[in-house]
Design a protein around this ligand. Sequence first.
Ligand code: MFK
Length: 558
Amino acid sequence: MQFQAPPALGNQYEDDSVLRSYLRRSIPSDVLREIEPTLVEMGKLAGGELYQLQLADRLNEPTLTQWDAWGNRIDRIELTPLWRVAERIAAEHGIVATAYEQKHGRFSRMHQCALAYLFTPSTDIYSCPLAMTDGAARTLLGSGNRALIERAVPHLTSRDPKEFWTSGQWMTELTGGSDVGKSETIAKPDPDLTRNSKPGIQNWLLYGRKWFTSAATSQIALTLARPEGNPAGGRGLALFYLEMRDEQGRLRNISIDRLKDKLGTRKVPTAELTLYGTPAQLVLGTADGVRNIAPLLNITRLWNGISAVSLMRRSIALALDYSHNRSAFGTLLSEKPLHMDTLAWLQAETEAAFHLAFLVAELTGRAETGEIDEEQTLLLRLLTPLMKLTTGKQVVAVVSEALEAFGGAGYVEDTGLPMLLRDAQVLPIWEGTTNVLALDALRALGADDRAFTALKVSVTRCLASVHDQRLAEPARTVQAALTHAVSWLAEARKAGTPALEAGARRFSLTLGRATELALLCRHAQWSQENESDARATKAARRFGASGIDLLAAADSDL
Ligand code: MFK
């Protein structure tokens, strides 16, 4: 009897030619020399110890114990062994801290995203609490609230597992996850607590239900609530900071009602909470909560994109390894032209998505160090939703197809493969669905189109460096898609808001995919010249022929 060898992983950094080539182009060689050992180490963990633990932890899920034996309400969540190890490794390897220590200035964010990209696929979405923690640190630092910055940021950015805190991001309520302005949680000033606090700190008590709070084991949360008497809508909400437990470890007037029973991300303890007088502090101002929490959203959207490309990469790494070990009809799968053609398509989608996600990381790093001009600021604002929605769609398609590359084994739970698809499916949903982000992209365009101009300039600059004949066709595809997007936008605006909104998804995906192709062409040209490597060129040609302009159907509706 012949037994099939399971797919295996090597060092996930050393094996990743896309990541390594990108870093060689984008990071000065002395910086890369310094950070590379951390990536090699994370690549080793991700393909070795963490991956083995992930497979062993497959059937474990977090549990909620609401009562102890003596009738006390305790609401204790136990994480699985994988997540407990992931938390320690994340702290020790500075997966949040790297972006804040700023050892390499604006390259620190790219370094952090590379670490997160390697770490994510082996830890069953432990990137969720890390993303929210990162977003909370960024939001607090931007708020100028000295007391909260001093209190929380050193914990959020610590490398010491004993000191490290994670943060929740409590937005979603029964009224909805997209239309956050409908939130019903009320904030009442607490005069007693305020009197006993440090000068300048005003305490509030929150009352309401939070319906979808990811990673409910965090030490703190940033959340939205409506100070009593404030108007309806997002502007009437305020941004609050709270600590979940008191010095004795008791929840501060929070009950954990239930853990969600979700399709995927089953290691993430996503909870329904009731706040019944939970002490909280204003982060900045008593209104404009949606605007004030936006920095957090933009950071978690970056993590969403990085997580998407990391799951695409993982599914291809496994499928590729399998192709070298699985025989059918007389040869290995790796010798079957059709099988390898299918994997090459997945690789092209993944490479394209990778370059867009890491461009947003690059721009975020520039914004954080002040090395960004107005044009790039507008570009970052527009590209963040475009990147999140485009990669969110790509990851589901790529991982689904990668599972098919295993035949029936891809559909069998104890291979560990189906979990990839279930986890991928959350990425187009949370942090803003595809449609909500398409509308956010319209918001980012604004009325004057300066953000759109910034995007066109950026794409044109990419294409200006592309002169290899094999890249001429994909470059023309980018230009044609952009030209079409410009004319479609003008027509849609004339036709009115319903037409503009109806086409927003196709418009956004067209811009997202066209930008990805331009970035891939630029990298392919560089790789030919500096690495004598035509792999990215092949990926660009393949991706360019895989549906870039999705606007045609929208035209007919105008
Ligand atoms: C694996 C990695 C990821 C891990 C994630 C883990 C955990 C997931 C947990 C969650 O899912 S938390 C919930 C996530 N929820 C969302 O992402 C909400 C989706 N809905 C939206 O994004 C809506 O567009 C939004 C709630 C923002 C719309 O609300 P409003 O009240 O209609 O907002 P409005 O009036 O358009 O905007 C208010 C202000 O915020 C405006 O600024 P001004 O006051 O100056 O005019 C907007 O420009 C600004 N704004 C909105 N979105 C922004 C933004 N500014 C910058 N960036 C943005 N993204």
